[in-house]
Design a protein around this ligand. Structure first.
Ligand code: MN
Ligand code: MN
Length: 325
């Protein structure tokens, strides 16, 4: 058998059967914390696992890890073919390592729609329509008869607050609220609302971040039939800051569309506190699709999507419905 060349110093661990656990590209708080907590859960259950991330931490996740006293998981760019992996908070190949199809996916824990995932071996797949991977991870602990350690409770609670925008998102379920109420005392967080506001303030403190970085901070690529679109979201308590950079962002979107050979790029600007979404629309192409899919006119590069604040539950399904007709 041919031995693959070592990459990222991971060959020894993959040869030992270590499972690499990671969330999606352009990771958010759920993607990073789910990798950490699930790797810990697998290891405690007798399956050695290591958490990784597939991109830079966003400002909110950096705040969460700092408050938890944890280092970020190691950055991963590639794995040798045949490596054992566990996917959390995603399952689509366009949102994962570039050679996902060559990897040996053994576990998936996710709360997104099922995409193009295939596996080379029978795998343990756990999908539930919950607001957050963390809520599912709490269930897995209970099913395994394992208690939640305080630092894991803090990570899971943070992810629930992040993904549900502190229960504002229409993706929020009763199970997410119950999980947060259960986790907060274990995490030692008395003022959950105050902690959520601190997270959102950290996320919104964007400084002079480059426009292309801002576009890619919470950005996913989706196949729609024969087309491929990039859909970004900026969730912020300070939308005025983002709209102040509208011209730069529209240019960055055009550049990304050309560089990645996409059919369209959209960037939703979600006002967390007012629960509204105004979307940046870089060209007539996207404006036509937004008009057809949402019945919303684009004016001056902006389309007002009102209360449609969830990419997962509202934006993507509407675009899928449009492209499938
Ligand atoms: Mn995510
Ligand atoms: Mn998630």
């Amino acid at each position: 058998m041919q031995t693959p060349p070592p990459r990222c110093g991971l060959q020894s661990s993959t040869l030992l059967g270590m499972i690499s656990v990671f969330g999606h590209l352009n990771p958010d708080t759920d993607a990073v914390t789910a990798a950490l907590v699930y790797a810990h859960l697998l290891s405690r259950s007798g399956t050695p696992a290591t958490a990784y991330r597939l991109g830079d931490l966003n400002l909110e996740t950096a705040y969460v890890l700092r408050e938890a006293g944890l280092d970020a998981p190691e950055l991963l760019f590639s794995l040798p073919a045949g490596s054992l992996v566990a996917l959390v908070d995603h399952n689509e190949s366009a949102q994962s390592l570039p050679n996902l199809a060559e990897l040996d996916v053994r576990y998936v824990v996710d709360h997104h729609k099922l995409g193009d995932l295939t596996t080379s071996q029978p795998a343990s797949l756990r999908f539930e329509p919950l607001g957050c991977t963390a809520t599912l991870l709490l269930k897995l602990h209970r099913e395994a008869g394992l208690s939640i350690e305080p630092v894991d409770a803090r990570l899971l609670l943070s992810a629930i607050l992040s993904d549900t925008l502190h229960f504002r998102s229409p993706t929020t379920t009763v199970a997410d609220r119950d999980a947060a109420a259960f986790l907060a005392p274990i995490a030692g967080i008395d003022d959950v609302a105050g902690y959520a506001m601190q997270m959102f303030a950290a996320k919104s403190n964007l400084g002079d971040i480059a426009a292309d970085k801002l576009l890619k901070m919470d950005y996913k690529v989706f196949p729609f039939g024969t087309q491929t679109w990039g859909i970004g979201v900026v969730e912020t308590t300070n939308p005025a800051y983002v709209f102040g950079r509208q011209a730069e962002l529209l240019s960055a979107m055009q550049a990304e569309k050309a560089a990645a050979q996409l059919d369209g790029v959209l960037l939703g600007v979600v006002d967390i506190l007012n629960e509204t979404n105004r979307m940046l629309v870089p060209s007539e192409t996207e404006a036509g699709v937004v008009q057809a899919a949402f019945g919303v006119e684009t004016q001056g590069g902006l389309a007002d999507l009102g209360q449609l604040i969830s990419r997962k539950k509202q934006i993507i399904p509407a675009l899928e419905a449009y492209f499938s007709t």
